[in-house]
Design a protein around this ligand. Structure first.
Ligand SMILES: Cc1cc2nc3c(=O)[nH]c(=O)nc-3n(C[C@H](O)[C@H](O)[C@H](O)COP(=O)(O)O)c2cc1C
Length: 139
């Protein structure tokens, strides 16, 4: 069965507390274990960026569930591509956040914040989205 990768960016309904983020993560992991989905979720200053990877039917179901969640809105697909092998195989979901004070010194964080403000531009350069996610995966 072919693998699919989806990357999107979205806006949190309200700025999330650590407890709220942990709740999203816990239910994501529970669902993703059942569905063979792996990926990474980044949260910074009211913006989410997430990569999910898995087999197509499970991906459609999962992305439907994510889109239906009212804790975020303005979902914009940045990448939707078939994969030969997973690029984010390590976690059924992991959460990474960063302090806003780290932004000015860090090109990946700057790109994420700029992308949130100008998501269409990030959509035009999807490799920027992957480099942001890879940066967080390694941090
Ligand atoms: C930013 C964000 C990321 C999410 N990521 C996932 C995910 O990776 N997998 C998933 O099944 N649901 C994901 N969801 C949806 C919810 O975590 C959850 O599955 C949904 O609200 C249903 O939760 P419940 O079955 O615990 O009631 C996400 C939601 C948000 C807001």
């Amino acid at each position: 069965m072919p693998l699919l990768q989806i990357v999107y960016i979205s806006t949190a309904r309200t700025e999330c507390t650590p407890v709220q983020l942990e709740a999203i993560l816990a239910s994501s992991i529970r669902h993703n274990k059942q569905n063979g989905i792996t990926g990474l979720l980044v949260y910074l200053k009211g913006t989410f960026m997430q990569v999910i990877e898995g087999e197509e039917p499970a991906m459609r179901e999962t992305y439907g569930r994510i889109k239906a969640d009212t804790r975020h809105y303005n979902l914009l697909n940045l990448i939707e591509t078939p994969l030969v092998s997973r690029e984010f195989p390590s976690w059924h979901m992991a959460l990474r956040t960063a302090k806003a004070s780290a932004i000015p010194r860090n090109p990946q964080l700057l790109a994420l914040v700029a992308g949130a403000l100008d998501a269409e531009r990030l959509k035009a350069t999807p490799s920027d989205a992957l480099s942001i996610l890879s940066y967080f995966a390694e941090s």
